[in-house]
Design a protein around this ligand. Structure first.
Ligand code: NAD
Ligand code: MG
Length: 402
């Protein structure tokens, strides 16, 4: 576990320019005595990252792309700022493991977040984990790294943060639930923007419609995942690793208002829920301050304005991605990594308007079928499965386009 420093807590924000990154900086800005930004990273958004440098004066910035890093170097020099610029995966891994950093917000989207999240675990940091894909791809490796290096893992994904908040006192992520009186985990899902559409209507939905989530303002990839319900599927796998459980113990509950963020059902019949406005600053502030509480900028839930809470069963006929994720989770090995990789490719093709919405699930199902029983017990085997799954999914997408 990281040693608590005398001064402000040093924070690295991986994926600072994204939706979670921006919310994290909003929370940090409310507590300048408590937190200090040591490093910020982005893929290639030079201007946005530069503005963040001006506001937070980090010691380091990292751009994944080398050209962008060069532009940033120039931009900082012109402005007379002292920030050191790094690039590539090595740069991301470096700032995830710096000695002066105690907390790492892992908010890069997709498989690209795996290596730096793992570096933070190996360096024994408090990891604020938004990047669910890291756990989906290589849950065992990631959880082992957390345990072996005495890192501290706190979930940022709102549902998992809610589950964590509803767990018995003293529970730490990764520990067994046996003997704690937990019967099951109720994972809530908004149902996404297409919850009420029928199969035929789903054929013709557009990327813009998929990205217009009714309750949450998120990045484009996770927005499409919410629309297909793959996001919930990935979250089932994420929950299995975080809470050391089987998929059978996790029940998905559609809850269109996104007010109850998830629940834990106990042996005595109690169901504990965490509620709040749908704003990621709540789980971010919770995980950063834990076990204390601090202001996040989020208003208290107005139950009179909410009025009603509804719950429905998910429909895996219309949203087969959820079923595919449960199956991949139960299969184990590299199946979740293959599911994740095929999904990333298919979502990209859909966002580029090259395939239809309903073909996302088709590509994932077919990729999983073509690549049965790949090993996933080492990082190399996971990355190999990720690679071959991407190629297979691209081939399938190309076939669908012709
Ligand atoms: P986003 O697309 O808004 O931001 C992604 C960030 O990652 C950006 O800073 C981008 O520059 C960076 N990035 C993208 N590709 C990269 C690469 N190849 N190398 C290095 N950096 C790269 O995404 P988001 O919505 O903030 O989501 C981030 C993560 O958090 C995802 O894993 C998502 O599933 C998870 N999450 C998000 C929300 C939400 O409300 N947005 C909720 C729960 C979980
Ligand atoms: Mg979520």
């Amino acid at each position: 576990m990281a040693i608590i420093p005398a001064g402000p807590i040093g924070v690295t924000v991986l994926g600072a320019t994204g939706s979670i990154g921006v919310s994290t900086l909003d929370v940090i800005a409310r507590h300048p005595q408590r937190y200090r930004v040591v490093a910020l990273t982005a893929n290639n958004q030079v201007e946005r990252l530069f503005e963040q440098c001006r506001a937070f004066s980090p010691e380091y910035v990292v751009l994944a792309e080398a050209d962008a890093a060069q532009q940033m170097q120039q931009r900082l020099a012109d402005a007379g700022l002292q920030t050191t610029v790094l690039s590539g995966v090595e740069g991301l891994e470096t700032v995830a493991a710096l000695e002066q950093v105690q907390q790492v917000m892992a908010a890069i989207v997709g498989a690209a977040g795996l290596a730096p999240s793992l570096a933070a675990a190996r360096a024994g940091k408090r990891i604020l984990l938004a990047n669910k894909e890291a756990l989906v791809m290589s849950g065992q490796i990631f959880m082992d790294a957390v345990r072996e290096n005495d890192a501290e893992l706190l979930p940022i994904d709102s549902e998992h943060n809610a589950i964590f908040q509803s767990m018995p006192a003293g529970y730490a992520c990764g520990q067994s639930l046996k003997g704690r009186g937990v019967r099951k985990i109720l994972l809530t899902a908004s149902g996404g923007p297409f919850r009420t559409l029928d199969k035929a209507q789903l054929e013709s939905v557009t990327p813009a419609q998929a990205c217009a989530h009714p309750n949450w303002d998120m990045g484009r990839k996770i927005s499409v995942d919410s629309a297909t319900m793959m996001n919930k599927g990935l979250e089932v796998i994420e929950a299995c690793w975080l809470f050391n459980t089987t998929p059978a113990q996790i029940e998905v509950v559609i809850h269109p208002q996104s007010v109850v963020h998830s629940m834990v059902a106990y042996a005595d019949g109690s169901v504990l829920a965490q509620m709040g406005n749908p704003d990621m600053r709540t789980p971010i502030a919770h995980a950063m301050a834990w076990p204390q509480r601090m202001d996040s900028g989020v208003e208290t839930l107005d139950l009179f304005a909410v009025g009603q809470l509804n719950f429905e069963r998910p429909d895996t006929q219309r949203f087969p991605c959820l079923r595919l994720a449960y199956e991949a989770c139960a299969e184990g090995g590299a199946a979740p990594a293959i599911l994740n990789a095929a999904n990333e490719v298919a979502v990209e093709y859909f966002l580029d308007e090259k395939i239809r919405f309903t073909q996302i699930a088709q590509i994932i199902a077919e990729t999983l079928q073509r690549l049965p029983q790949q090993p996933g017990d080492t990082l190399d085997s996971v990355l190999a499965a990720d690679h071959v799954a991407r190629e297979t999914a691209r081939d399938l997408a190309a076939e669908l386009m012709t």
